[in-house]
Design a protein around this ligand. Structure first.
Ligand code: C2E
Ligand code: MG
Ligand code: MG
Ligand code: MG
Length: 276
């Protein structure tokens, strides 16, 4: 009876987790394969200086070009990559590829711009992050001031001493650090004034519900400037949003109104138009 009981228990246990477990295992295998077989691609979304209208940077956004499923968005697979730890290898690839591409654009004669790379929490908390970044810059030949690392509020707001050490290490190296999706996490203004961070990226929810969030957007812009930081608006989709941001002296913009994230060759064409 006892044996039977356990067997049933085990079966129930198995049926409830096996589906998730298999999905994770399959996904992990697929992600590994994707990395090995070059199924990952970076698309780049331009960032414009609002006053001059010049492209000053691009954000690298990961795309999985799956042989059967087609393009899979990062929102779907990044959380799994985080869970399995594969995000570290994927993240290294992203940073290397983004730096390599940016250096290539410079070598092709385009005006130097900054490439933004999103860091996952696991990546940011690696104790050798600064050395890794330095080594990638070294290998690709990209100057540190042409790389910006995007972290989120929640990454910056925990375990103070380690975070400060990492951020100072990155600053000493010369790379920029921005806070992504600003306003959606648990910001502590205490941290914000202490941490060496160069830029705030206002989350797109505030831009898209602009009227409702007008006071918040204005405050973030003014606060950034008081703290000697730059500020960029994400998710700008309309002319009206852009002119509001211009009025409020927001430094930069990024969004579908100007351009979606695009494969690197498309960026070449945009840069070309700028230089003529
Ligand atoms: P994020 O870093 O905040 O990136 C901005 C997201 O907003 C991108 O979605 C971009 O396509 C989208 N976006 C840009 N402009 C507009 C707009 O005007 N309207 C709207 N509705 N959306 C806009 P995407 O590419 O799907 O990336 C989603 C998230 O996945 C990113 O949010 C980032 O958190 C994460 N991610 C992407 N690539 C990487 C990566 O290489 N590493 C890590 N760790 N995370 C990544
Ligand atoms: Mg980002
Ligand atoms: Mg964002
Ligand atoms: Mg994000």
């Amino acid at each position: 009876v006892i044996k039977e009981h356990y067997r049933n228990d085990y079966k129930m246990f198995e049926s409830s987790i096996s589906k998730d477990f298999k999905t994770i295992l399959t996904m992990e295998t697929e992600l590994r394969k994707a990395l090995k077989e070059g199924q990952f691609e970076l698309h780049y979304q331009p960032q414009k200086n609002i006053v001059t209208g010049k492209i000053v940077g691009v954000e690298a956004l990961l795309r999985w070009n799956h042989p059967k499923e087609g393009f899979i968005s990062p929102g779907t697979f990044i959380p799994l990559a985080e869970k399995t730890g594969l995000i570290l290898e994927i993240g290294d690839w992203v940073m290397y590829e983004a730096c390599r591409q940016n250096k290539q654009w410079q070598d092709e004669g385009f005006d130097p711009i900054i490439v933004g790379v999103n860091l996952s929490a696991k990546q940011f908390h690696q104790s050798d992050l600064v050395e890794r970044v330095a080594s990638i810059l070294n290998k690709t030949g990209l100057h540190p001031t042409h790389l910006e690392l995007e972290i989120t509020e929640s990454m910056a707001m925990s375990n103070e001493e380690d975070i400060i050490q990492t951020l100072e290490g990155l600053r000493d190296l010369g790379v920029y650090v921005s806070i992504d999706d600003f306003g959606t996490g648990y910001s502590s203004l205490k941290y914000l004034s202490r941490f060496p961070v160069n830029k705030l990226k206002i989350d797109k929810v505030f831009i898209q519900n602009r009227k409702q969030n007008e006071a918040i957007v204005k405050s973030i812009i003014h606060m950034s400037h008081s703290l000697d930081m730059k500020v960029i608006a994400e998710g700008v989709e309309t002319e009206e949003q852009l002119s509001f941001l211009k009025n409020e002296r927001c430094d930069e913009m990024q969004g579908f109104f100007y351009s979606k994230p695009l494969p690197p060759t498309h960026l070449n064409e945009m840069f070309q138009k700028q230089t003529v």
